[in-house]
Design a protein around this ligand. Structure first.
Ligand SMILES: Nc1ccn([C@@H]2O[C@H](COP(=O)(O)OP(=O)(O)OP(=O)(O)O)[C@@H](O)[C@H]2O)c(=O)n1
Ligand SMILES: C[C@](O)(CO)[C@H](O)COP(=O)(O)O
Length: 265
């Protein structure tokens, strides 16, 4: 399918920056290296994530967060035309580090997990299209597939939760750039230094309950609606070892499809 390069459209061009957060340690994956460096079908997760982003947004500026002291992920970022910055102790702090490095010309900022490296282009373009249409905070979501149950302090069931009103949240999440900077400042994740430049604040912990970027909007800019768009099964986050099995299967399926499409042409 030919995709329109939304990042080259007059309303979006020059104004779109995408932050790819890759500074996590990957503890739950258990490879003893940053998750974004773990190979998937012979290529590091970060490289695959950056290719997914570039397929949808060939003209966008990309900022990648990397762990302190890293050289390998930075080299991958630079090889893909992105800019690498050292991230923070938590995901939210890493986003703040990247925001401080986004130049002030940005109108829109997308924040994407490197760990969701197989995100289809159509999800990214749906987020950008919603921003270009005037939405200020956009989140891709999926319905919840399983029955969801609460647990009490003893570990017993506290009853079934009505999942018809629940959605599982993915990335990239898209924002009006000024709004995202503003809520990061209100949350104490960013501040202005003596020269008036945005600087990340080293914190012991994140503000409570802030697990994604849109939570900051809901906490600190309640008047701004968070718009939901359709996510995708293939945007799942590689978190535990079994997710690598799924990711390999997705890549194999895509390779088969590409061969079949080529033969049919
Ligand atoms: N200090 C951090 C923590 C996380 N991330 C990024 O945020 C995304 C989602 O985080 P998660 O899946 O929790 O990654 P890790 O923190 O690496 O995983 P774990 O909790 O298992 O260590 C990942 O792309 C990760 O690299 C980041 O940039 N900086
Ligand atoms: C931001 C996120 O991908 C939304 O689902 C997710 O919350 C990040 O993962 P974490 O395990 O909560 O750090």
């Amino acid at each position: 399918m030919a995709l329109t390069d939304l990042s080259a459209s007059p309303s979006v061009k020059d104004g779109l920056a995408i932050i790819v957060v890759a500074a996590g340690s990957g503890t739950r994956l258990g490879y003893g290296m940053p998750k974004a460096l773990v190979p998937l079908a012979g290529r590091p997760i970060l490289g695959i994530a950056l290719e997914s982003v570039a397929r949808a947004l060939p003209s966008a500026r990309i900022i990648v967060t990397v762990p302190a002291g890293d050289t390998e992920l930075s080299a991958i970022a630079v090889a893909h035309g992105a800019h690498a910055v050292t991230g923070g102790a938590t995901r939210a702090q890493s986003v703040a580090c990247a925001l401080a490095a986004v130049d002030c010309a940005a109108t829109y900022v997308l924040v994407h997990d490197a760990a969701r490296c197989l995100v289809p282009a159509r999800v990214i373009t749906a987020v950008v299209a919603a921003l270009a249409a005037g939405e200020r905070a956009v989140v891709p979501v999926l319905p919840v597939n399983d029955t969801v149950r609460g647990v009490d302090a003893q570990g017993h069931s506290a009853g079934t939760v009505d999942r018809s009103g629940l959605r599982a949240v993915q990335t990239p999440q898209g924002f009006d750039a000024d709004l995202l900077v503003d809520v990061n400042r209100q949350a104490g994740l960013l501040e202005l230094d003596d020269q008036g430049a945005l600087t990340p604040v080293n914190r012991v912990a994140d503000p409570e309950g802030i697990t994604d970027d849109a939570s900051l909007i809901e906490r600190f800019a309640r008047h701004v609606p968070v718009t939901l768009v359709a996510g995708h099964d293939e945007s799942f986050k590689i978190t535990r070892p079994f997710d690598l099995v799924t990711a390999r299967a997705v890549l194999e399926e895509r390779a088969h499809r590409a061969v079949a499409d080529h033969v049919a042409d």
